[in-house]
Design a protein around this ligand. Structure first.
Ligand code: PLP
Length: 402
């Protein structure tokens, strides 16, 4: 009999975190690795937010708080939802966790019974399937092709729904593709979810990259586009990406009271409240100055353009020009069956990213971890100078393959 539970044996460690870890180890061993695998902005947390955290420490906000968030933070979140998304929530419809990841985890544990199905458009953020499986559910993957800009089509959604479907997880802008859904595209999906036979399906919208969009893209979330779905939506967001606060671990969601209450119950028996200091910092983030978001986006957009142009010049690689997040999802099909200078044949995107790490000393994440191969995810959340170096290395490595 195995000591490790069957449920845990079915899941794998996050491939993005694994690649980041590998890059860190090689760096520590003295290699000049350029990491393009990061899932976090390279910018520091803005000063005003850090000051708020220090003020919280000094004023003694160092004790347990209410399990799923302070009233002050919930009020800031309510204000944000109203102002930015036209969504009206009450205090008991808001939950705060240690990152968006914990919020999603709580939602799945609160609702899934064995064999309940969760629809996950693919490619997906690496953690969705594993969180679903840990909670006892079954992920149902819907492949979304590059030709359709990696977007879920209403017809495919309709076909995937069964009587056992509990949730669909919807992520725009997307990790790993940067894909963004327009208001009309969200409405078309909402129409499917409103059909009488689909009324039992809940919608988890992961809006963590809401503020990272380019080329005047207008962000909308499902409950805003279709108010009739408001009571079936859990609208998840957080401060990690927009406010450069990945290490602070604050995520939140708005949703129906009974779901929010159950999620708090789970949190009360696991981590309890998120850090009191981080919560105070998140209040400052949401209520304070927002100008740096546009400043960061201008830089992200320049880097995206640089990268898209460079990739279009590298024979054998190609990608779509995504409008959001800080990732591109690059097709490397034409690199398959090529041979490197050591005589190794590249058979998969896993082989290709290992080749890039070994030969070019650049770290990217293989598409296999996101459910669609042969691709790799490249993050442009690093300095423009390093990005330029990485492009030269990438081009040289690709040219060396025969
Ligand atoms: N959702 C997506 C799509 C993400 O990429 C991430 C982080 O990488 C998260 C949620 C979770 O972010 P956090 O737990 O830092 O709020």
């Amino acid at each position: 009999m195995s000591f490790i539970s069957e449920r845990v044996s079915r899941i794998k460690p996050s491939s993005t975190i694994a690649m980041n870890q590998k890059a860190i180890e090689l760096k520590e061993a003295g290699h000049d690795i350029i990491s393009l695998s990061a899932g976090e902005p390279d910018f520091d947390t803005p000063e005003s937010i850090k000051e708020a955290a220090m003020a919280a420490i000094r004023s003694g906000q160092t004790k347990y708080t209410a399990v799923d968030g302070t009233t002050e933070l919930k009020q800031a979140i309510i204000k944000k939802f109203k102002k930015e998304n036209d969504l009206v929530y009450q205090l008991d419809q808001i939950t705060v966790g240690s990152g968006g990841k914990q919020v999603i985890y709580n939602a799945m544990f609160a609702t899934l019974n064995e064999n309940d199905e969760v629809i996950i458009p693919t490619p997906y953020w690496v953690s969705y399937p594993d969180i679903v499986m840990l909670a006892g559910g079954t992920p149902i993957f819907i492949p979304c092709s590059r030709e359709n800009n990696f977007k879920l089509s209403p017809a495919d959604l309709d076909q995937a729904i069964t009587p056992r479907t509990k949730w669909i997880i919807f992520n725009s802008p997307s990790n790993p593709t940067g894909t963004t859904y327009s208001k009309d595209e969200i409405k078309a999906l909402a129409d499917i979810l409103l059909e009488p036979k689909n009324q039992h399906v809940w919608i988890l919208t992961d809006d963590i990259y809401e503020h990272l969009t380019y080329d005047n893209f207008a962000f909308y979330t499902m409950a805003q586009v279709e108010p009739k779905l408001f009571n079936r939506c859990l609208t998840v967001n957080g401060v990690s990406k927009a406010y450069c606060m990945t290490g602070w671990r604050i995520g939140y969601a708005g949703g129906p009271i009974h779901l929010i209450k159950t999620m708090a119950k789970i949190q009360s028996q696991s981590t309890s409240n998120p850090s009191s200091i981080s919560q105070a910092a998140a209040v400052a983030a949401l209520n304070g100055p927002q100008h740096f978001i546009a400043e960061h986006n201008k830089i992200f957009c320049e880097r995206r353009n640089l990268l898209v142009d460079a990739l279009s010049d590298i024979k054998g690689l190609s990608c779509n020009k995504a409008l959001g997040a800080f990732y591109l999802y690059v097709n490397c099909e034409k690199m398959m069956n090529k041979t490197d200078s050591k005589g190794q044949v590249i058979k998969s995107d896993d082989d290709f990213v290992i080749f890039l790490l070994d030969q070019a000393k650049i770290a990217v994440v293989a598409g296999s971890g996101f459910g669609l191969s042969p691709y790799f995810r490249i993050s442009y959340a690093l300095s423009t100078e390093r990005l330029k170096d990485a492009i030269i290395r990438l081009r040289t490595a690709c040219l060396s393959l025969v």
